[in-house]
Design a protein around this ligand. Structure first.
Ligand code: NI
Length: 140
């Protein structure tokens, strides 16, 4: 059977600050640039959730993308949209809200809700027009 990869894109706006309390102010700005600004700042995040599976014999679909949309919104974007990711999101508490760490957390939140036979393949999270992260679940 053929194995295919399908992707749903979702979007959210959220605020964060990247700050390591073990570093000096100068070192923080050296490491994180404007993302270290003390009073938080926002990004327009684009999230791509890619799953893989074989198309169903009857429907021809790997998975109903309406269902994937619902999972992403309920588990991730409704929770993050217009929130401060340092302060407001229980499942990001105690973590540096970098796109790396956010992607790992998103992976863990989506996996339990996928239908039988469908596997999460990749989380892609764009923070700016130039910077994005891809996570394949490796090392979990
Ligand atoms: Ni930032």
């Amino acid at each position: 059977m053929a194995l295919l990869y399908i992707t749903r894109k979702e979007h959210f706006n959220a605020a964060h600050q990247l700050w390591d309390s073990n570093l000096t102010e100068e070192e923080n700005f050296e490491m994180f640039g404007k993302c270290a600004n003390p009073n938080f700042h926002g990004h327009n995040f684009d999230l791509f959730v890619c799953v893989k599976g074989e198309p169903d014999k009857n429907t021809g679909l790997v998975m109903d993308l309406k269902i994937l949309k619902k999972i992403i919104r309920e588990q991730v974007t409704d929770e993050l949209d217009h929130q401060n990711m340092n302060l407001d999101v229980s499942w990001l508490k105690g973590q540096m809200p970098s796109i790396e760490n956010i992607s790992i957390a998103i992976w863990k939140r989506i996996v339990p809700y996928l239908p039988v036979g469908v596997k999460l393949h990749k989380i892609t999270l764009w923070e700016t027009q130039n910077n994005f992260v891809e996570f394949f679940g490796e090392g979990l």
